[in-house]
Design a protein around this ligand. Structure first.
Ligand code: FES
Length: 284
């Protein structure tokens, strides 16, 4: 998979247009930044840093939730974020009109060229972020797009209205059983694959590492094409700090595997390439 890497990255000053609270510490901030919005593809990310006093010095990476504005090209990007530290807490105080440092688009987007009969979005928590935009970019008819959303509880389910508006089938799993199935999104995936068999959908996944590890065990043995958008802490976002490595399968490397920079070669990888346990050398 070589598609999706954005060859042109722009540093821009964005303007905060709105900052909507969704509950459970999650927000959607809308930024006016036409020079970046017009190039964004699903799962591309941007590095953001507030220019207001007191904002932490290092920018933070955020997947783009959706794009909007403009008759022919997008002029705005929306970022779904959860308050987890000082940077996101500062973002939650934006009310509109603030100027923001924005670097992007960065990384490799989802490959949207699939002609599978069904598309499945496997989301864990805030990992739901890239899917509204992806759903609109895919060729799959909305009635054959299925969101499998796993969250801690009913109160941590957000943005479902976006998927309802697109006519997407939504299936929920919560850890405490307060909404949908008591369990996780990978259990929903396993059931769905049985339900759709012998058809094989294309799966797009975004969420925490335990979700990816569990999903790999379901999709790889069945040969289900699956793209995973990995989450990682990122200091630079463009390959300079070497702080976001992931072991991946690579038949052309001497040992059959190597480390990849998630910010440059990812965040999207084919599921069968991601190695959560490094292969043991066969001889010495
Ligand atoms: Fe710096 Fe990836 S975030 S190399």
């Amino acid at each position: 998979m070589s598609e999706g890497i954005c060859r042109k990255t722009v540093r821009a000053e964005a303007t905060v247009i709105g900052n909507e609270a969704l509950g459970s510490g999650c927000f959607v901030v809308t930024l006016e930044v036409p020079e970046i919005a017009s190039m964004i593809e699903p799962a591309h990310f941007v590095m953001l840093r507030g220019l207001d006093p007191g904002f932490p010095y290092l920018p933070r990476p955020f997947s783009v939730f959706d794009v909007s504005g403009g008759d022919t090209e997008a002029t705005r990007i929306e970022i779904l974020y959860e308050v987890v530290g000082s940077g996101t807490a500062a973002m939650a105080r934006w009310t509109g009109g603030e100027k923001v440092y924005c670097l992007g688009p960065l990384g490799r987007s989802f490959d949207t060229s699939s002609d599978s009969s069904h598309s499945v979005f496997l989301a864990g928590g805030i990992g739901i972020a890239p899917f509204p935009f992806l759903a609109r970019r895919l060729k799959t008819p909305p009635e054959r797009q299925i969101l499998l959303f796993g969250a801690r509880s009913k109160s941590a389910l957000f943005a479902l209205d976006r998927f309802e508006a697109l006519g997407i089938d939504i299936r929920i799993a919560t850890d405490d059983g307060s909404e949908g199935r008591k369990g996780n999104s990978v259990e929903l995936l396993s059931e769905l694959l049985d339900e759709l068999s012998p058809s094989t959908p294309e799966v797009f996944a975004c969420g925490p590492t335990p979700m990816f590890k569990a999903a790999q065990k379901v999709v790889v043995p069945r040969g289900v094409p699956t793209q995973m958008s990995l989450e990682e802490r990122m200091a630079c976002g463009y390959g300079a700090c070497v702080g976001c490595v992931q072991a991946i399968d690579d038949p052309e490397s001497e040992d059959g595997w190597r480390y990849a920079l998630i910010c440059v070669e990812g965040p999207v990888f084919d599921a069968e390439r991601v190695l959560y346990t490094r292969p043991v050398p066969t001889d010495s």
